[in-house]
Structures are given as structure tokens and as C-alpha cells.
Design a protein around this ligand. Structure first.
Ligand SMILES: *Cc1c(COP(=O)(O)O)cnc(C)c1O
Length: 483
């Protein structure tokens, strides 16, 4: 149907210009998505032409329904190209898989496939189990929760952020449906002992998922771009059965795209849901959604195709240089240190406990001081592990190519912010009043500022189930219509 002639029955409530003006007004409240001042959530290549290209690809794919690639073969073709690109960079010449809506969906489906294979193999008694380090992404906790698996969380070394491979291997038994390792972990940016764990898992017939959601499109280029080469973690490693790699992170695609690849076709097939036993159309879904947009797929396809290996390597070169520079800056700041040995462009910054208390820098106060200067860093609360040890509170920095363009301002901010808060601590009242989430949400909506330092301190102080419930209530109130 063309829309050349105005439809006489169409009486718009608001004309397009006014609608877009309202959207622009809403958008003006958002954190900047470009320019390198937000060091999490957004992955800015710094290339305006890539964003332009993604937008045009979205426009082309806008009306398509990804539900049925036989009706819309463009979906199958774009997906095959992306899987092929994944095969190249992750060294899995036979790997198979799909493009999903994001890292969480890739992780959920990796767990679903492993769970169903475990069940099909003639189950041991009890529920299937997921073995993972404490640093594995929350998406795996969500997967276990949604899919009915028990979690076996293995502590990581609080100094290096890395789990001992033997601890993970020691937990593998007949109830283990899947073991997860990260390349690298989101909280600390460090690489898990993939080679050791994958080999032992294979010996025991347990699949091993490498969560490279964040690293999958940057670590493959890191050494070539001048960074320190990490040990192998991809499909070259025997025993690695699946890998997730987010196109909407260091793939520089708009949100809504991740790759999930399997070394083994049979395991890959366990990810599907198919149904002919209902009166409607025959259903076969490789991913969680039914009808699905092809826009993110098309945008990711366009960006990836335009960049190719050489484009990603060039962008990674900028990040290697920027990460070196930021690390050097942090090394010069008394009272802070980088946790462990980051394998790529993600840094977790913690207070340096080796200096006197008055010289230490509280990482969340530091983040708040940086925010006042225009750089948004991400606070991560301290966490007590199952062995009683504490993972220190930290502030997370994701370096992107756009960071390279703002290095003088960023490093000055990191220095000045540390000066400002050095020696200060966060105090919560002894008789901790549990805040009312609705009041917090109303305040945050009105003034746009939420004291994240206090929120993180509360999370550290309250039982974790209490703070999780509070967060849900807060977000429900924050997003609800105000009248
Ligand atoms: C981002 C991330 C995820 C989850 O991905 P989303 O795209 O946010 O759903 C999973 N694992 C790691 C290591 C990540 O960095």
C-alpha cells in the first residue's frame, strides 16, 4: 500500500513534527550517547558515518518480521553473514548459531540448550546445575531463575578477580548442565581460565560456555592492535562449546543484537523451540521472541559489514592506546588502583588499601565527583562471596574509541575528582532507615538526580534480597505514569 495520497479517514491527534518535537524533548533528558563522556552503557565508535549507515539499514528493514526467514529471506541472509563473521573472528570454522536481541538472550539460550541436552541425556536426580564464577554476568543468574537450574557460584580471587580453575572443575558433577567462564568478566574486565576449565569440562562431558558478550568483538583484535595478547579463549580451545558476543557493544551496532555460536550442531538445535501441536501456523523459533524486528539485525549487519576485520582492528588500536593512557593516569593517583590484570578495555578501579586510610579514595565518591565534572563512571558495590571473602567496591570504566578523543579532559577529571574526595568515606545512619522507593523515584524524576553513592551504600548495607526488591519497586515507580 502506498501512502502518496492522504487518507481522508486519518485524523492525526498530533502532526508528525509535533510528535518528533516531543520525542526530542524526552531525548534531551538522556545521558549523552556520543562523545566519550559516559564510560558504560554506550559504545561509541566515534564514526558518525557508521551511525548514519545503521539508521539507513534500520529504515530498510523496518517493516520486516524476523519470525519467518522463509518469507523474508533477507533475515536469513543477514544472519548467515553475521554468523560467518563470528566464525572468522572466533576461529570456529564450523560454528553455527543465531543473532539474538542481546547478551542476556544469548546467555539465556546457551543455558537453555545445555539444560535441555542434560535432560535428554537421561537426568541424574534433582535439578540441573549451572557452575559459574562469582564474576559471571547477572544474566546467568537470570537464566537459572527463569529456566529452573540451581546455581553453584564459585568465588573469585578478590585481588585478581579471577576464579581458580580447580575450584570450578571441582564442582563439575553429573548434575552440571553447563559451566560458564568469561572473556573477560564484566565487573573486572579480567579473563577466566578458559583453557583449563574447558578441557576438564570436555573430559566430563559438560558443555562450557564462554561469555564473550563484552569481549567478543574487541579481544580478537587486541593483540594485532598493539595490546598484550591474552591466552586463547575462543573456539580454538578444546572443550569450548558455545560463545556469546554482543554486536551492540564493541560491535558498535545499535542496541538489540548479539551473536550466539555453538561448536556443536546438536547442542545448537537444543536452543530451538518448535511446535506443530496447535491449530495455528507451524512454529519454529531459534530465539525467545516470536514476531521480531529485523531492524537491529540489519543495523548490526550493516555496521559489521562496513567495518570488517580491518575496521575493528583500527578502532581497537585507538582503545589500546586510550586504555594504556587511562591506566597510566590511574597508576599516578594515590589511593586508587586497578583491580587485577584487565585483558581489554574494561577497568575496575578500587581503593588502594596499602596506603593510609586518609589517602584512600572511595571509588563511589570518586565516581560521583567525576559525574559532577561531566564524566559518568559506573559504581559497583562490594560483595561478600560464599567463602566469606569480600570483593571490594569498585568503579567500572569501559574505554571506547570515543574515549580516545577526550583523554586530556578525562584524565584531568580522574585526577581532580580523586583530589576532591581523598580520605572521605560514605556514612549511613546506624539505624538505617529503609528508603521509600516511590519517594526516591518521584525525587529522581523531578530533579533528575539520584544519589547513586547512597544507593550503592544501601545495597552494601542491606540484605541483598531486600535491596533487590527495593530496586524493582523503585524502577516500577520511576517508569509509571505520574498521574
Ligand atoms: C553486557 C553483558 C552481558 C549481558 O548483555 P546485555 O546485552 O546487557 O543483555 C552478559 N555478559 C557480559 C560479560 C556482558 O558484558
Amino acid at each position: 500500500m502506498t501512502q502518496d495520497r492522504p487518507d481522508p479517514h486519518f485524523t492525526p491527534a498530533l502532526d508528525a513534527g509535533a510528535v518528533l518535537a516531543q520525542l526530542s524533548a524526552y531525548r534531551s533528558l538522556d545521558a549523552p550517547t556520543h562523545g566519550g563522556s559516559v564510560l558504560s552503557y554506550v559504545y561509541d565508535s566515534g564514526l558518525a558515518e557508521l551511525d548514519e549507515l545503521a539508521g539507513r539499514a534500520v529504515q530498510l528493514a523496518l517493516p520486516v518480521n524476523g519470525l519467518d526467514p522463509t518469507t523474508f529471506p533477507s533475515v536469513a541472509l543477514m544472519e548467515a553473514d553475521l554468523v560467518s563473521f563470528g566464525r572468522t573472528i572466533l576461529h570456529g570454522s564450523e560454528a553455527v548459531g543465531s543473532v539474538t536481541s542481546g547478551g542476556t538472550e544469548s546467555c539465556l539460550l546457551a543455558v537453555k540448550a545445555a539444560r535441555d541436552r542434560w535432560a535428554a541425556a537421561g537426568p541424574a536426580d534433582g535439578r540441573p546445575r549451572l557452575v559459574l564464577p562469582a564474576s559471571a554476568h547477572a544474566a546467568f543468574h537470570k537464566a537459572a531463575h527463569y529456566l529452573g537450574l540451581d546455581l553453584e557460584v564459585v568465588p573469585v580471587d578478590p585481588v585478581t578477580g579471577v576464579p581458580d580453575g580447580r575450584d570450578l572443575i571441582g564442582r563439575l558433577d553429573e548434575r552440571t548442565a553447563l559451566v560458564v567462564v568469561s572473556a573477560p568478566s564484566y565487573p573486572h574486565g579480567v579473563l577466566d581460565p578458559v583453557v583449563e576449565v574447558a578441557a576438564a569440562a570436555a573430559e566430563r562431558g559438560v558443555p562450557c560456555h564462554v561469555d564473550a558478550c563484552i569481549g567478543g568483538l574487541v579481544l580478537p583484535f587486541w593483540a594485532e592492535a598493539g595490546g598484550v595478547a591474552a591466552p586463547e579463549w575462543d573456539f580454538r580451545v578444546p572443550g569450548v562449546s558455545s560463545i556469546s558476543a554482543d554486536l551492540h557493544k564493541f560491535g558498535y551496532a545499535p542496541k538489540g543484537a548479539s551473536l550466539l555460536l555453538f561448536a556443536d550442531r546438536e547442542l545448537d538445535l537444543e536452543r530451538y523451540f518448535a511446535l506443530t501441536d496447535w491449530p495455528g501456523y507451524p512454529v519454529v523459533n531459534p530465539t525467545i521472541l516470536g514476531s521480531r524486528s529485523a531492524t537491529s539485525l540489519a543495523a548490526a549487519w550493516a555496521v559489521t559489514t562496513a567495518l570488517g576485520v580491518s575496521g575493528y582492528t583500527d578502532l581497537t588500536r585507538q582503545m589500546v592506546a586510550a586504555t594504556t593512557e587511562v591506566t597510566r593516569c590511574l597508576d599516578q593517583i594515590t589511593g586508587l588502583r586497578v583491580l587485577g590484570e584487565p585483558a581489554g578495555p574494561l577497568l575496575a578501579v578500587v581503593a588502594d588499601e596499602t596506603v593510609p586510610a586518609e589517602d584512600r579514595v572511595h571509588p563511589h565518591l570518586w565516581a560521583a565527583a567525576s559525574a559532577r565534572r561531566g564524566f559518568i563512571l559506573q559504581g559497583q558495590p562490594a560483595l561478600q562471596q560464599t567463602d566469606g571473602s569480600w570483593l571490594p567496591r569498585s568503579t567500572h570504566l569501559t574505554i571506547t574509541p570515543a574515549t580516545a578523543g577526550v583523554l586530556p579532559a578525562l584524565t584531568a577529571t580522574l585526577h581532580e575528582s580523586a583530589e576532591e574526595v581523598r580520605g572521605a568515606t560514605v556514612e549511613l545512619p546506624a539505624d538505617l532507615p529503609v528508603p521509600d522507593p516511590a519517594t526516591l523515584a518521584a525525587g529522581a524524576r523531578r530533579s533528575g538526580d539520584l544519589d547513586l553513592t547512597q544507593v550503592l551504600a544501601l545495597i552494601e548495607a542491606l540484605p541483598r534480597d531486600v535491596s533487590a526488591t527495593l530496586l524493582s519497586q523503585f524502577l516500577a515507580a520511576f517508569t509509571a505514569p505520574s498521574s
